[in-house]
Ligand binder design. Structure first.
Ligand SMILES: [Zn+2]
Length: 412
């Protein structure tokens, strides 16, 4: 079995790289500067004239920006024919997704995961955080699938996703977790409030505190989830009944109330979607240290109303791409462009920051999403346009679909 391919840290020696321009963060554009790398980390960003004998690699015509971080995805379902599925209600879309998953007309999850990662690599993704809902869709691969020439793929944070609406399922699912504690920087995923019991959610959040690992959960995605939690009615309730799944025995006016009751309104929790949460609910999450992740491509797919993101004082969500079961492609820069088009108020700099530092910070990866000293030198190379300043670069990244990376992410 093969984990995602990352380049091993090189021996400690200084190397300097001089592109035409560097954007270490959304507010800083540097010309005639060098990125100095030592032992696989950015050691310094200094004017070229101050290099004093360090070997230089010149990268003419290039602008270097930190590689994007997608804070939510699923690697399975790469071949889902989701363009054909009805989606007037979320529940109806789920019916089509489940029917397709149960059919033989699909590639196996391991191969789908490989295709998803190949697509993300080509689009310039530096790290992708995934809910793993099907076996073998975690971004590790059998050697015979990879072939002799192992492809370079993005780094994956794979979070095993728990699904279990029946309270009596919880002990066995939690025992399975206890048998395999999370890796050094691992974590858990819960599917959603309507598809996990409170017993299961409480157990997962308690374990996440013990292990100090994150829990990612789809939360506040659509009014159907709210109707199920608040009244036990609506299209999702109908779907659960239809599939013989239990309905909730309690009621919660808000998905955030549900999260609080199961112990998840705490730092370490990451709430995915949040597009049905109002301003007050988003403020409650922010006060508790719970970041949001938004998937603009999925938002567009379902043609949802404009979310409250970006209103005065609310922190912006990080960005994700979900899966091709609810998106047309897996591409961080497209998600950025859609974020700005759907919610223009925050502006290109803020959305670029959301795609880079926002995603990294949501999962405690302070070494990604920027190119300041201490960062992993994981770089997206763009063609340099000499008249640009920092704002123009962020503008172009978030609005110009014809401005493509010069290749996959470069790791020095
Ligand atoms: Zn998702």
């Amino acid at each position: 079995m093969n984990p995602p391919r990352r380049k091993p840290a090189p021996a400690a020696r200084l190397r300097a790289f001089v592109p035409d321009a560097l954007l270490p963060d959304a507010h800083t554009l540097l010309l005639e500067h060098a990125l100095v790398v030592e032992a696989g980390r950015v050691a310094a960003v200094v004017p070229r004239a101050e290099l004093h004998g360090i070997p230089v690699v010149r990268m003419a015509g290039e602008l270097w920006v930190p590689a994007p971080v997608l804070a939510h995805a699923h690697l399975e379902s790469w071949d889902a024919p989701s363009g054909l599925w009805p989606r007037e209600t979320f529940a109806e879309w789920v019916r089509y997704l489940l029917a397709w998953r149960e059919s033989p007309d699909r590639i196996e999850p391991e191969r789908a995961a490989l295709e998803s990662l190949r697509e993300l690599e080509a689009a310039g993704c530096g790290l992708v955080v995934c809910h793993v809902g099907e076996p073998r869709a975690d971004g590790t691969f059998h050697d015979d699938l990879l072939g002799e020439e192992a492809p370079r793929l993005p780094e994956v944070l794979a979070l095993p996703e728990l699904f279990g609406p029946a309270p009596e399922e919880a002990p066995a699912l939690l025992a399975r977790l206890d048998a395999r504690p999370p890796a050094a920087w691992g974590g858990y995923a819960l599917h959603a409030p309507y598809s996990v019991s409170e017993e299961l959610a409480r157990g997962v959040f308690a374990r996440s505190r013990g292990w100090s690992v994150p829990v990612s959960i789809h939360l506040g995605e659509h009014p159907e989830e709210r109707a199920l939690l608040a009244c036990g009615e609506g299209p999702l309730a109908d779907l659960l009944r239809e599939r013989g799944r239990p309905l909730k025995r309690s009621r919660w006016p808000s998905p955030v109330d549900w999260l609080q009751e199961v112990g998840g309104l705490q730092p370490g929790t990451v709430a995915v979607h949040g597009t049905d949460l109002d301003r007050e609910e988003q403020e409650r999450l922010a006060r508790a240290g719970v970041p949001l992740v938004w998937c603009p491509g999925t938002h567009l797919y379902f043609d949802r109303p404009r979310p409250a993101f970006g209103e005065d004082g609310l922190p912006l969500p990080a960005l994700g791409c979900d899966s091709r079961a609810s998106n047309t492609c897996l591409d961080p820069l497209r998600e950025l462009r859609l974020a700005l088009a759907l919610v223009p108020g925050p502006g290109p700099r803020a959305w670029w920051r959301a795609l880079t530092e926002g995603g990294a910070r949501a999962f405690g990866r302070e070494d990604l999403g920027h190119l300041r000293p201490g960062a992993l030198p994981r770089i997206l190379r763009m063609p340099w346009r000499p008249a640009d300043d920092a704002l123009a670069v962020c503008d172009r990244l978030s609005a110009d679909a014809s401005w493509h990376p010069l290749g996959p992410v470069l790791e020095l």
